[in-house]
Design a protein around this ligand. Structure first.
Ligand code: NAD
Length: 497
């Protein structure tokens, strides 16, 4: 049985723990590896070594730090297919989708290679007589990241390349459900020439996360995961005086105006609701049909009925299994509540089977209509291939529905009316908005800007905001006495002259 190593003090080492968690292939439920729960000594060693290495890494010239990212980007591209294959096996994602997961991470590494211009400060000459002010951004110290199962390449790559390029050192605690991909990312990072100890990878669950949240040596915490854990992380981390960014769960609505292009709408809804088995924080889980657009629901049902899940290397499969048997049971029980609470079940994905893979966690495409805001299938993040259809009389009603949702990760509108699109963008209380684009995930030169209950904190992932998150601003005000204009008297007021 493959025992997943940790990456501590620059070495890939086996844990001394007696507490191991099984990693399964969700298409078969076979155990493919075991991941350790790091011991307190191992956690200590990783954090202390990250602190020690920070002293030299922060003095490493910014262009050298950028070059590590350039080499890393090239290596990730070279190994793109191989990483995607590992990722497919532990998550069940189709090979194409796994490649997309890796690619969206590579784009962040490319962005991190621009760190010198991203870290530039500001300067103003003559803020008072012979007085100039400039600002620098300096790294914080040891930062930590805790990542979810659903993007085991992209989300770790949202975090450590930006933090490390800024001059910090980083302790990553990846999801215990799919740790093999992040370990491969760490091996390639070492091969790219990152000095020993700049990145540490420890494994485990709540106990190890609690160490990161409370250890005084850790300055900042990046978290991505579910709502209850995200709230806990934000509350605990900030109570321990850390900077925290916590990306949490979601429930994303797509508004369909009657003037939209019907075929584009159907394609977008099918792909964005069941792609990756609905296990994306930006998946569309609610379709809001405005006015006559609701007549398209039968055709949506027809299109969704043609979609089938399957193995990662089955080119005819549109998506893979659910990550665990427990998550699959939860999805199926939520589908049951939808029926019992009065929604119309147009397509039922329960009891789904895939030829040759009888033990996988399969859920077929599932479609509800007549969903209301009181139902559990509306209130809960299902995180499965389940789409709920709702109706609104007009755009204003659709906007009000979305603005009343506690979540604010993503939303989109499909329309051919510029005025409707303009109003939607302006009035909607959601941080990432698509116009005729169902999953509007911004590229890394912008930031990933979820709002409301989908994000706790203020500076978001990647883009300029990540640089602000992982750095401290220092302003230097200096006076050089070069003329007689400088005062030779003591100044008792706070005002610079
Ligand atoms: P999760 O919250 O179960 O786990 C996330 C991480 O937290 C894992 O590393 C896990 O080990 C750790 N963890 C779990 N329970 C903990 C506890 N009680 N205390 C401390 N740490 C704990 O999430 P998941 O199931 O792996 O991921 C899916 C969730 O992530 C979904 O809710 C999804 O919407 C969300 N997500 C959000 C975004 C975003 O950008 N907003 C992106 C991806 C995923």
């Amino acid at each position: 049985m493959q025992k997943v190593p940790q990456f501590i003090a620059g070495e890939f080492v086996q844990s001394n723990t007696t507490n191991w968690i099984d990693v399964t292939n969700p298409a078969t439920n076979e155990v493919i590896a075991q991941v350790p729960c790091a011991t307190p000594d191992e956690m200590r060693k990783a954090i202390d070594n990250a602190g020690e290495v920070f002293k030299s890494w922060k003095e490493t010239p910014v262009s050298e730090r950028a070059r590590v990212m350039m080499r890393y980007q090239a290596l990730l591209k070279e190994h793109h297919d191989e990483i995607a294959e590992i990722l497919s096996q532990e998550t069940g994602k189709t090979f194409d989708d796994a490649k997309g997961d890796v690619w969206r991470g590579i784009e962040v590494v490319e962005h991190a290679a621009n760190v010198a211009s991203l870290m530039m400060g500001e300067t103003v000459e003559n803020v008072a007589r012979e007085v100039d002010t400039h600002s620098w951004t300096q790294p914080l110290g040891v930062c930590a990241g805790i990542t979810p199962f659903n993007f085991p390449a992209m989300i770790p790559l949202w975090m450590f390349p930006m933090a490390i390029a800024c001059g910090n050192t980083f302790v990553l605690k990846p999801s215990e459900q799919d740790p093999l991909t992040p370990m491969r990312l760490a091996e390639l990072f070492e091969q790219a020439g990152a000095p020993k100890g700049v990145l540490q990878v420890v494994h485990g669950a709540k106990e190890q996360v609690d160490t990161l949240l409370t250890d005084p040596a850790i300055r900042a915490i990046s978290f991505v995961g579910s709502v209850p854990v995200g709230q806990y992380i934000y509350e605990t981390g900030t109570r321990h005086m850390k900077r925290v960014q916590s990306f949490a769960g979601a429930k994303n609505h797509m508004v369909i105006m009657p003037d939209a292009d019907k075929q584009q709408v159907l394609n977008a809804l099918v792909g964005a609701s069941v792609g990756a088995a609905g296990q994306r924080c930006m998946a569309i889980s609610v379709a809001v049909f405005v006015g006559e657009a609701q007549q398209w629901i039968p055709e949506l049902k027809e299109a969704m009925a043609k979609v089938r899940p399957g193995a990662w290397n089955d080119s005819g499969a549109s998506y893979g299994p659910i990550i665990s048997a427990k998550a699959k049971d939860r999805i199926e029980s939520l589908i049951a509540t939808g029926e019992s609470q009065g929604a119309k079940l147009l397509l039922d994905g329960r009891g789904c089977t895939v030829d040759g893979l009888p033990d996988g966690n399969w859920v077929g495409p599932t479609l509800f209509s007549d969903v209301t805001t009181e139902m559990d299938i509306y209130k809960e993040e299902i995180f499965g291939p389940v789409l709920s259809c709702m109706n609104a009389d007009n755009l204003g009603e659709a906007i009000e529905l979305i603005n009343n949702s506690p979540y604010g990760n993503g939303t989109s509108i499909f329309t051919n009316h510029g005025g409707a699109a303009r109003r939607f963008q302006h009035e909607i209380d959601v941080g990432q908005v698509g116009v005729n684009i169902p999953i509007p995930v911004p590229l890394p030169f912008f930031s990933f800007t979820g709002w409301k209950g989908s994000f706790y904190g203020d500076q978001h992932a990647y883009g300029k905001q990540a640089v602000r998150f992982y750095t401290e601003t220092k302003t230097v005000t200096s006076r050089w006495f070069s003329t007689e204009a400088a005062s030779s008297e003591a100044n008792f007021s706070i005002q610079l002259r």
